[in-house]
Design a protein around this ligand. Structure first.
Ligand code: NAP
Ligand code: GCO
Length: 265
């Protein structure tokens, strides 16, 4: 088989919110496959830290300050990237937040903020990059979904609504722009050890594991939390020519959570 199928040489990849965490791991894997990496974060301090972290891995990443919920700022970012780096061939809508609050106690403001970052922003950034992808003859969009694209649980109503919507936005972009050789797919990570899930893994005062940590291990056949690096290979696959006929698919990278009823206590 042609191993170049999985290479990304000559491609420009924009990974949103990729100073650290899952975005950083995905961008690193894409760089190792040959892509030129562009990323953004809200704060210059984090962009600078991100650039340094990429440089430590031998990656010359292009970092920009941009709030992905701000359409004007996103359009300016895309124009600047196109002028300074090149047309964006691969977009990873990774930036995201979560607020863990029981629904009836959650303010509308908080609900709207989660929807804004986790669902409206992927729409805004995808809308900004698709015209140039069409002109260039194609592109790849990868939306970072979640277990909560399929499942609910207490306290994550806004996040689940956003990630469920992101699954359908993925399918709709695939439906509407597949004719232009744009493939839009999702990655649904399981429970990954990043700052976002750190509160769920905190060691208890008595030195025991967080109850949620124990719960997730019992729900995961792999019996471990995922590492951000577990997402690199799936992301390179969906960004490469190896997936040119994969469109509208949500690839769950969850260690088997969605397939498993859970370990008997
Ligand atoms: P994380 O550690 O909290 O990192 C999120 C990143 O998004 C940060 O760099 C953050 O920047 C950035 N961001 C947040 N709001 C932004 C905005 N308005 N504009 C630009 N950047 C923004 O999260 P993660 O665990 O790496 O998760 C990354 C993605 O994977 C998210 O979409 C998350 O929902 C999803 N996911 C995570 C897991 C998991 O178990 N960790 C599982 C499934 C899906 P700041 O630091 O400046 O806020
Ligand atoms: C939570 C977690 C999850 C993960 C991820 C699972 O509070 O349940 O934060 O939502 O972040 O989305 O796929």
């Amino acid at each position: 088989m042609n191993e170049n199928l999985f290479r990304l040489d000559g491609k420009v990849a924009l990974v949103t919110g990729a100073s650290y965490g899952i975005g950083f791991a995905i961008a690193t894997a894409m760089a190792e496959a040959g892509a030129t990496i562009v990323f953004n974060d809200i704060k210059q301090e984090l962009v600078d830290k991100g650039i340094a972290a990429y440089a430590e891995k031998g990656i010359k990443a292009h970092g920009y300050v941009c709030d992905v919920t701000d359409e004007e700022a996103v359009n300016e970012l895309v124009s600047k990237v196109e002028a300074e780096v090149g047309v964006i061939d691969i977009l990873v809508n990774n930036a995201g937040i979560i607020k863990r609050i029981p629904m009836v106690e959650m303010s509308v403001k908080d609900f709207r903020q989660v929807i804004d970052v986790d669902l409206n922003a992927p729409f805004i950034v995808s809308k900004a990059v698709i015209p140039s992808m069409i002109k260039k003859g194609g592109g790849k969009i990868i939306n970072i979904c979640s277990m909560m694209s399929e499942l609910g649980r207490e306290t994550v109503s806004a996040y689940a609504a956003a990630k469920g919507g992101l699954k359908m936005l993925t399918r709709n972009i695939a439906s509407e722009y597949g004719q232009y050789n744009i493939q839009c797919n999702g990655i649904g990570p399981g429970y990954i050890a990043t700052p976002q899930t750190a509160p769920l893994r905190e060691i208890q005062p008595d030195g025991s594991k967080h109850p949620f940590d124990q719960f997730i291990l019992a729900k995961t056949p792999a019996n471990r939390w995922g590492e951000a690096s577990d997402l690199g290979g799936p992301a390179v696959f969906l960004a490469s020519a190896a997936s040119d006929f994969v469109n509208g698919h949500i690839l769950y990278v969850d260690g088997g959570i969605l397939a498993y009823i859970g370990k008997q206590p």
